[in-house]
Design a protein around this ligand. Structure first.
Ligand SMILES: [Zn+2]
Ligand SMILES: [Zn+2]
Ligand SMILES: [Zn+2]
Length: 329
């Protein structure tokens, strides 16, 4: 049996010390089973303490307990304004990865093995006011589905190896946190809201966040190619070239219009300034269209005895080509 590797050893004081920083005249112990560790003499840089193989100890337990202790002390350092913690998040809108620095005092204390509802969290960081963050550390077993949905507090899951590499940079592999936005999306969302306000669009009618599940209408902005004003434009379920009446209540700039190019009438975005129709191709279909990545009703739906037939695959593409051709010939 191969000997176990211990990245951090416990000092007499209870502090964790990396093998690289261990002093020759001190004794270090396994954070899991407390057996005495060996730091090979003669080597300048050592990544691990050596730990004789043992039936009371395992590599998984060593990594788990070390990562838990490191996470708890990272939270303590944050509460004592000593070391900053950065949290890696994915932007809720564009998906880009970005880091947020948790300000000093984000947490007021920390504890290990805390009962939360019917579960036990590896580490909990407390904030003044009582709200807290649960942290699950995993080596081989990720947080299971039931716990992920049932845990009644915000939580993140961290990989033991990641915590050991850098306890102050959290890279969650799963999480339940308030949605966060990268700085680009944050300022774009504010811009969309201010443009919509300027043109007196009721803010309860739409979301400025590009998620179909959040509201009937998703807003963005466009510079009108005729009047050059920056005006609000909207996506809803049914675009492009939506012939069915969109849901009520709706932004006042969405109007049922006749289009010669289209060869009929459909519900269209219009310029808030001059009332002119804004082409659906420019809003929804072209590569640089503001709603390019939103779900599109790709085909003409044929109502047949209450059944809605939606084209898929090649059929959908040929339907899409028809729609495009109809607008350019
Ligand atoms: Zn051990
Ligand atoms: Zn973003
Ligand atoms: Zn205009």
């Amino acid at each position: 049996m191969e000997s176990l590797k211990v990245p951090y050893g416990l000092e007499d004081s209870g502090q964790l010390v990396t093998a690289a920083k261990a002093q020759k005249n001190k004794t270090y112990f396994c954070p899991n089973c407390n057996s005495q560790l060996v730091r090979r003499a003669g080597e300048v840089k050592v990544k691990h303490f050596a730990h004789p193989s043992s039936s009371n100890c395992s590599q998984e337990s060593i990594l788990h307990i070390t990562a838990k202790k490191l996470t708890e002390s990272a939270i303590r350092s944050n509460s004592l304004s000593q070391i900053e913690i950065t949290l890696q998040s994915d932007c809720y809108q564009c998906g880009v990865q970005f880091n947020t620095t948790l300000p000093f005092g984000t947490f007021t204390s920390a504890a290990q093995e805390v009962a939360v509802a019917s579960y036990v969290c590896d580490v909990v960081g407390y904030r003044s006011g009582g709200t807290s963050l649960g942290i699950e550390i995993f080596h081989t077993h990720e947080v299971d589905g039931a716990k992920a949905t049932d845990l009644p507090i915000p939580w993140i899951e961290l990989k033991a190896e990641d915590v050991i590499n850098d306890p102050h940079h959290w890279k969650p592999t799963q999480s339940k946190l308030k949605s966060s936005f990268c700085s680009g999306c944050r300022s774009h969302i504010k811009h969309v809201q201010s443009v919509a306000n300027r043109w007196n669009i009721d803010s309860s009618l739409y979301t400025p966040i590009k998620k179909a599940s959040l509201a009937n209408y998703v807003a963005d902005v466009e510079t009108c190619f005729r009047c050059k004003e920056v005006v609000p434009v909207f996506w809803w379920k049914g675009v492009p070239f939506c012939e069915q009446e969109p849901p009520h209540p709706r932004p006042k700039t969405i109007k049922y219009r006749n289009s010669k190019k289209y060869g009929g009438s459909y519900w269209a975005n219009t310029c808030a300034n001059r009332n002119m129709i804004k082409g659906d191709n420019y809003l929804f279909l072209f590569d640089d269209a503001p709603f390019k990545n939103m779900p599109m009703s790709e085909s003409e739906k044929e109502q047949d005895g209450g059944l809605v037939k939606v084209a898929t695959g090649d059929e959908a593409i040929s339907e899409m080509m028809k729609v495009i051709k109809r607008n350019f010939s």
